[in-house]
Design a protein around this ligand. Structure first.
Ligand SMILES: NC(=O)C1=CN([C@@H]2O[C@H](COP(=O)(O)OP(=O)(O)OC[C@H]3O[C@@H](n4cnc5c(N)ncnc54)[C@H](OP(=O)(O)O)[C@@H]3O)[C@@H](O)[C@H]2O)C=CC1
Ligand SMILES: CC(=O)[C@@H](O)[C@H](O)COP(=O)(O)O
Ligand SMILES: [Mn+2]
Length: 390
């Protein structure tokens, strides 16, 4: 295989950095064409120096000016873009074959759609894209014959476990969840947990928003919806299994009773590299899985009483329409408020459930309806949070 040309949205984040680490390990196999960051100019400048992308984009014009100033005197200077137009140009860069979509949150939706319209191969980390607009995204990808390769570790595991088998033979998807840092806490204890404690994931080092989602089990709920669209499987055939070791990244069960799992140490470079080079596998530098040291792997049913976010996500997925967009937007706002110590941990599912209860969803939503539902849910959730604080 020759060298792959890639652009990355969210290059300064956890997935973005891991993607660039894969590129560092295999410099002959990849060429970085364009990068999209948010506000982290310092890290983006280092990435520009190391990878010499043709174009970069940041959040706004002030940050673009700041980046421009910081590159004065450098031998290499890329085109500097900003805002939604800048991200679209990164997503659809004519020199790039693949977009790694790794912004956090619903902000990733529109540039990801732009990449699909431009016919880019999509390495998808931004699960919110499929949560918010799964039906629209999958239909557009089919129309443009765009391949979507999952980066999310569970979906990569499912994708790998599906290789070489007939889709008709698939019975269930068994989606594993670590259970997060609060797996064994009581309801009373959960009411008291701090953002600092919630940010300590037992197995993975990730961005702040997804780490809180892992603690509430909303991450698993979002992943159920992601799997529903990515693999075209009805939600009632997706079962969450709590697996605190995070070694089995997920499984599929076939009609003959066979269960196929993908296993490995928790290292995002593995699914990222697979998404970038599928069907080829690269010899990623990562320690081997040592099953003798682990000795046992455990599995438990999730507790939706203590972790209601999982139930809310299943509900939103069953209801369809714009409910998943509302679930996601309310969650983004609630997680931000929890991190800012404005609300307590159990208030996260509380405000999401109230927002979903108030939402009036259209029968067959288009993209505009999805965006309107996202906006409505953000305003409504902010209002609910203000009420709690009064
Ligand atoms: N981290 C992981 O291991 C995994 C992550 N994912 C998914 O991948 C996505 C990224 O996660 P992760 O890397 O952890 O997140 P991070 O918070 O570490 O990184 C987020 C990236 O998005 C950028 N960003 C944030 N807000 C905006 C915005 N409004 N517009 C443009 N760019 C923005 C950030 O820029 P800056 O920092 O410069 O402001 C940063 O580059 C999420 O959807 C997550 O659910 C899925 C599986 C595993
Ligand atoms: C690495 C990855 O894919 C994350 O989504 C991870 O799965 C989070 O772990 P849990 O949500 O299972 O705690
Ligand atoms: Mn995951």
């Amino acid at each position: 295989m020759g060298s792959r040309t890639i652009s990355i949205l969210g290059s300064t984040g956890s997935i973005g950095e891991s993607t660039l680490e894969v590129v560092r390990q295999f410099p002959d196999r990849f060429r970085v064409i364009a990068l999209g960051a948010g506000r982290n100019i310092k890290l983006l400048r280092e990435q520009i120096r190391a990878f010499r992308p043709l174009s970069v984009s940041v959040l706004d014009s002030n940050l673009a000016d700041e980046l421009d100033r910081s590159l004065k005197g450098d031998a290499y200077r890329p085109e500097i873009l900003f805002g939604s137009d800048g991200y679209d140009r990164v997503a659809a860069h004519p020199e790039a074959g693949t977009l790694v979509s790794a912004m956090v949150g619903a902000a990733g939706l529109l540039p990801t759609l732009t990449a699909i319209r431009a016919g880019k191969r999509l390495a998808l980390a931004n699960k919110e894209t499929l949560v918010v607009a799964g039906e629209i995204v999958m239909a557009l990808a089919a129309e443009h014959e765009v391949e979507i390769l999952p980066v999310d570790s569970e979906h990569s595991a499912i994708f790998q476990s599906l290789q070489g088998n007939h889709r008709d033979a698939l019975k269930r998807i068994l989606l594993t969840a670590s259970g997060g840092p609060f797996l064994n806490k009581t309801r009373e204890e959960l009411a008291m947990v701090t953002p600092q404690a919630a940010l300590c994931h037992p197995n993975w080092s990730m961005g702040r928003k997804i780490t809180i989602d892992s603690a509430t089990l909303m991450n698993k709920g979002l992943e159920v919806i992601e799997a529903r669209w990515l693999f075209g499987v009805p939600v009632d055939r997706i079962a969450v299994h709590v697996h605190p070791e995070s070694i089995v990244h997920s499984m599929v069960e076939y009609v003959d009773g066979s269960v196929i799992a993908q296993m490995g140490i928790p290292d995002m470079k593995i699914p990222i590299a697979y998404a970038l080079t599928y069907p080829e596998r690269l010899p990623v530098r990562s320690p081997s899985l040592d099953l003798f040291r682990l000795q046992k792997l455990s599995f438990y049913p999730p507790d939706e009483e203590r972790f209601p976010c999982l139930r809310l996500a299943f509900d939103a997925c069953r209801k369809g329409s714009t409910y998943p967009a509302v679930l996601n937007a309310a969650n983004e706002v609630a997680v931000g408020a929890f991190l800012d110590e404005k609300i307590a941990f159990p208030d996260i599912p509380g405000v999401i459930e109230t927002a979903m209860g108030k939402h009036k969803a259209p029968a067959k939503p288009d993209l505009d309806a999805v965006i309107a539902a996202d906006r409505w849910a953000r305003v409504e959730t902010e209002r609910l949070i203000d009420d709690i604080r009064r």
